[in-house]
Design a protein around this ligand. Structure first.
Ligand code: NAD
Length: 478
């Protein structure tokens, strides 16, 4: 007879051999299984504590963002700290209503009965974040996951080490350490994290790692949200005020030194429009960052040497309208605008993710739409035109995560709009109510009294009369 070990011994042995990451995830699962994260009160407390973390540590967060990306305090506030607090405020204000079970109509054939959709937490959620907006993109998904009542493990990016370290210190101090954890580290740690079983993985970053995440998730049948990137085009025609448009495009491209997933990656315009837009963009760059952007406290730096070398290698195509200067020691790359860039130039073969804006010549609207549709579906597409028919054609003839008329980046600040990609730019979307739904299971709940026993109308034996009733009446009632 084989000897069976008592359960406690077996689990003690298992925990003795667990790695710290596996033990962390096991701890989160135990907290979730015990029901710790489900009460609305717990969720609201976590949101309030997260808000306090952001409100009370502004200077430390700004300092970390400066150290990692030389991000200015103002930029840190509106695109990271303030942004995340605004998202948090909107979720906290509406959470009770969003979680209320939603009654839905019942088809006549099933009456009497009542039906509702109940949102329930998924379990343990992993959030894997990138470096470019290391506060926002780490904590904004966590807002939805916590509001939906999940235990959460957060993996900040190792490429923004000061912010990762700070979040690693602050999160356990402010949030419930039994149900929220931070795992710091790079590829080995993320690989180990991905080997664990989760109930949802939310990944933001590049598509190559996105595929690795999907593969790891498949082993456990874990649902995944992928917030990826790609080349987001900007089309501009001669119906708009080119100076006003240039002010928006230059801001959207050069904020955070161009390291923004939804930044305008390139411009599609006719040669005539480029001839005027180029100088207008150069004027706006000088307005924002002065004659020497290297000396501007408001202009960021490239995140690391690898990206600096990659970006420097993308220069040299087309005609330099402004910029082009580099300083490897500082990882400084001037805000650069290039005109009439060939379609086969290296800068047009990959997401730029840096302060370079190539303009590619098109013959007009048809050519621009054809070009966009011949490439991966972008995360965002921006159009500058006053022509209603042109707007309509972009709306109906192209596909992208988001479509912005007259404004790049702005859609990310509208919490009621879904934020996410399509095709190669990602799958799934979040922000506001969608975040809460994303990290919940929408459970179908049907209640039917045992009497009257209407199910007998469709139960065997199928006498001719009953079959007649099913064929003629019941099959058609909805
Ligand atoms: P990154 O290098 O910080 O990687 C993202 C995360 O993946 C990190 O936490 C990292 O540790 C992890 N990772 C890296 N390599 C891994 C591997 N081999 N196995 C497992 N995990 C690994 O960030 P990134 O990918 O350079 O970010 C830039 C990209 O992200 C761009 O393409 C950009 O467009 C995209 N992005 C998208 C959004 C969005 O919301 N859709 C936002 C920001 C950035």
């Amino acid at each position: 007879m084989s000897e069976q070990k008592p359960i406690e011994d077996a689990s003690a042995e298992a925990s003795a051999t667990r790695t710290p990451i596996a033990a962390t995830v096991a701890g989160l699962r135990a907290a979730f299984d015990a029901g710790r994260t489900k009460p609305l009160a717990w969720r609201r407390t976590q949101l309030a504590r997260l808000d306090a973390l952001l409100a009370e540590n502004g200077p430390a967060l700004e300092a970390a963002l400066w150290a990692d990306l030389r991000k200015s305090g103002a930029e840190a506030q509106y695109s990271e700290i303030g942004f995340t607090r605004a998202e948090l405020g909107s979720v906290a204000a509406h959470l009770r209503g969003w979680l209320r079970p939603m009654r839905v109509p019942v088809p006549a054939a099933l009456l009497p009965a009542s039906a509702k959709v109940v949102l329930e937490p998924l379990g343990v959620v992993a959030i894997i974040a990138p470096w470019n907006y290391p506060v926002q993109l780490t904590l904004a998904p966590a807002i939805g996951a916590l509001a939906a009542g999940n235990a959460v493990v957060i993996k900040p990016s190792e490429l923004a080490p000061a912010t990762a370290r700070l979040l690693g210190e602050l999160v356990p101090r402010y949030l419930d350490p039994e149900a929220v954890a931070v795992v710091e580290g790079g590829v080995p740690e993320t690989t180990e994290l991905l080997a664990q079983r989760f109930d949802h993985i939310f990944y933001t970053g590049n598509g190559t790692v996105g595929r690795i995440v999907l593969e790891a998730a498949a082993k456990h049948l874990t649902p995944v949200t992928l917030e990826l990137g790609g080349k987001s085009p900007t089309y501009i025609d001669d119906t708009v005020d080119l100076d006003a448009a240039a002010a928006r495009i230059a801001w959207g491209r050069f904020v955070n030194a161009g390291q923004t997933c939804i930044a305008p990656d390139y411009v599609l315009a006719t040669a005539e429009v480029q001839a005027k837009l180029g100088p207008a963009l150069a004027r706006q760059v000088e307005r924002y960052f002065g004659a020497d952007p290297a000396a501007s406290p408001d202009y960021g730096r490239v995140v690391d040497d690898r990206h600096f070398a990659r970006l420097s290698g993308l220069l040299g195509a087309g005609e330099v309208v402004t910029g082009g200067q580099t300083d490897a020691a500082e990882r400084y790359l001037a805000p650069t605008v290039l005109a009439d860039v060939p379609r086969d130039a290296p800068v047009m073969q990959q997401e730029i993710f840096g302060p370079i804006l190539p303009m590619v010549t098109v013959t007009g609207l048809d050519d621009a739409i054809r070009y966009i549709n011949a490439h991966d579906k972008p995360l965002a597409l921006y159009v500058f035109t006053e022509d209603a028919r042109t707007k309509k054609r972009f709306t109906t003839e192209t596909s992208s995560g988001a479509l912005g008329f007259g404004i790049p980046l702005g859609h990310i600040g509208v919490h009621a709009l879904p934020f996410g990609g399509v095709g190669a730019s990602g799958m799934g979307a979040y922000h506001g109510r969608r975040s809460v739904e994303l990290f919940s299971h929408a459970k179908a709940v049907l209640s039917k009294p045992l009497s009257p026993d209407t199910i007998q109308l469709i139960a065997p034996p199928y006498t001719p009369a009953r079959e007649n009733l099913i064929r003629k009446v019941l099959g058609r009632i909805s």
